[in-house]
Design a protein around this ligand. Structure first.
Ligand code: SAM
Length: 276
């Protein structure tokens, strides 16, 4: 009987998140394809899997690995594929190899487990019943704008993988295109400093975002106009006032959040803080 190619999810931070099934499968595989063999060698050693037969399988050589996988499967041996962290093929190599092997009639099994997209959605607490996973956005240009606009107009929540240093710029772009929707930045998931930074696009996050570790952005689904109508300007102004911001700075933020002119926002701030 031919062997099976198993696509195995591994932890995204907390080693204890590896499943019993994943451990068993990795221990019994005759060959393990790994994005970075050194990195995965450490993981396997920590799981007590000694002397695994590891071969690299990354975005550059993924398809070149098909022959060696086929050879093993034909001999009736099982092969596993892992990535550096989380689920292979989710913004990671794996998909093209699965396609090549499945087309040849071999059996492929998915061994689910940790993945940042799911962990971020689980802790976000937003309306994400229907979401679209955009992975890493193009860094700039029309394709970036179109992707966000299409997903937003279709009424889906958005899930985006982003480098921490780029999170703030991406939040600015998301605000410009989606308006003031609720947003959560999930940082360092399953790790010691796991934090969900919650807030409104165009406003401040609580706790304030720090550009450290790894991050996923989740934007709530919904109607931008409705979200705008739900913002209470007085509540926003009072919050910023309590944070000690100047009236000018508050007006700047309110203008951005409520999509109004700077002059109108300043008038509003003055009228609502007349005796402060
Ligand atoms: N295959 C992985 C998965 O299933 O989540 C994703 C790999 S992708 C190359 C790496 C991106 O996933 C990071 O830039 C970040 O956006 C997200 N990510 C991975 N681990 C994370 C973590 N512990 N906390 C937050 N985001 C994480």
């Amino acid at each position: 009987m031919a062997g099976v190619l198993r696509i195995v999810a591994t932890p995204i931070g907390n080693l204890k998140d590896i499943s019993e099934r994943a451990k068993e499968i990795l221990a019994e595989s005759s060959l393990i394809l790994a994005e970075d063999t050194r990195h995965s060698g450490h993981l396997l050693a920590a799981l007590g899997i000694t002397k695994p037969r590891l071969v690299s399988c990354n975005q550059h050589n993924e398809l070149e690995r098909a022959p060696v996988v086929r050879e093993r499967l034909a001999l009736g041996e099982n092969v596993a594929l892992i990535s550096d962290a989380g689920a292979p093929a989710i913004s990671d190599p794996g998909g093209r190899l699965v396609d090549a092997i499945a087309k040849e009639g071999y059996r492929v099994e998915a061994i689910p487990g940790p993945s940042a997209v799911i962990a971020a959605l689980m802790g976000a607490g937003l309306h994400t019943h229907r979401y679209v996973f955009l992975g890493f956005l193009p860094k700039k240009g029309k394709e970036r704008t179109r992707l966000i606009e299409d997903a937003m107009r279709a009424g889906f929540a958005l899930v985006i993988y982003e480098a921490p240093k780029r999170v703030n710029d991406t939040l600015v772009d998301l605000h410009a295109l989606c308006g003031p929707r609720r947003v959560v930045v999930a940082r360092e998931l399953t790790k010691q400093f796991e934090t969900f930074h919650r807030g409104l696009l165009g406003g401040e996050l609580t706790p304030p975002f720090v550009a450290l570790g790894e991050a996923v952005i989740v934007v709530e689904a919904g109607d931008a106009a409705k979200a705008l109508a739900e913002i209470d300007p007085l509540e926003r102004i009072q919050t910023y006032f309590a944070q000690g911001l100047s009236k000018k700075e508050i007006a700047k933020r309110i203008a951005r959040e409520l999509r109004m002119s700077g002059a109108d926002a300043y008038k509003l701030v003055l009228s609502l803080t007349a005796n402060k």
